[in-house]
Design a protein around this ligand. Structure first.
Ligand code: PGA
Length: 246
């Protein structure tokens, strides 16, 4: 899968142009490997265009709020995302963990919210530079993964995003990605999850780095931030799918 995480970027005109551009470049098969995650305010428009133009691209939300009995001003719940046409939701992105202090107890509530709405979850994990230097990567990831076993998720995808690689222009080494992905797969499989959608890599991916990383058997796709904003660059990355098949 190729996940375009637009973060807090975009506009109505950018969205229209992006979907048009991707549709012109990618065949329907490759489109069906793509998930667009624009800011929540553009989900409605994205869903309308995708349906009308019969694009193969899936839609995902960048965040979800917990199900709560009390009122929550500004909250967007799972059923709302579903109604907007979302099939996926990103949970646990390091930017939200860090800037919004999203801890395990909140992330667990978000996972439950996604579960009740039957949304497929893209759960992000990753170590900081300091943790990597201290050789603590696998312990950190194991700890971050613990909460997912508390929710009977039907469709779970893990996004491995080393925090130091996000937006830094520095991707992790292929050997390192291979090793970490293998450990994550081993860990998830030992817990017998429902439908495991695999492990995608994210962190400064562009069309020059995508092919080699995607050629790894352990990498099921890419989570792309900055390079997903421009439809040509995103399409070029998505075309690395041929490396996988070939
Ligand atoms: P990046 O972001 O590709 O800009 O590094 C990836 C992400 O944070 O999902």
């Amino acid at each position: 899968m190729f996940i375009a995480n637009w973060k807090m970027n975009g506009s109505e005109s950018m969205l229209t142009g992006w979907l048009e551009g991707v549709d012109k470049t990618l065949d329907k098969n490759t489109q069906s490997e793509c998930i667009l995650c624009p800011p929540a305010c553009f989900l409605f428009q994205a869903s309308k265009i995708i349906k009308k133009q019969e694009l193969g691209i899936a839609l995902g939300a960048q965040d979800i709020d917990p199900k709560t009995a009390s009122s929550l001003t500004g909250g967007i719940g799972g059923s709302m995302l579903k109604e907007l046409g979302c099939e996926y939701v990103i949970i646990g992105h390091s930017e939200r963990r860090e800037l919004f202090k999203e801890d395990d107890s909140l992330l667990l509530e978000k996972l439950k919210s996604a579960f009740f709405a039957n949304l497929k979850v893209i759960f992000c994990v990753g170590e900081s530079f300091e943790e990597k230097e201290k050789g603590r990567t696998l312990n950190v990831l194991k700890k971050q993964l613990e909460i997912i076993y508390q929710v009977p998720l039907n469709n779970l995808m893990i996004a491995y995003e080393p925090v130091w690689a996000i937006g830094s222009g520095e991707t992790a080494e292929v050997k390192y990605i291979k090793e970490v992905h293998n450990k994550i797969i081993e860990e998830i499989k030992s817990h017998e999850k429902g439908n495991f959608l695999g492990v995608v890599y994210g962190g400064s991916i562009n069309s020059s780095s995508s092919k080699e990383i995607l050629s790894l058997q352990e990498v099921d796709g890419l989570l792309i931030g900055g390079s997903s904003l421009e439809h040509k660059e995103f399409s070029n990355i998505a075309m690395s799918i041929n490396e996988k098949k070939g």
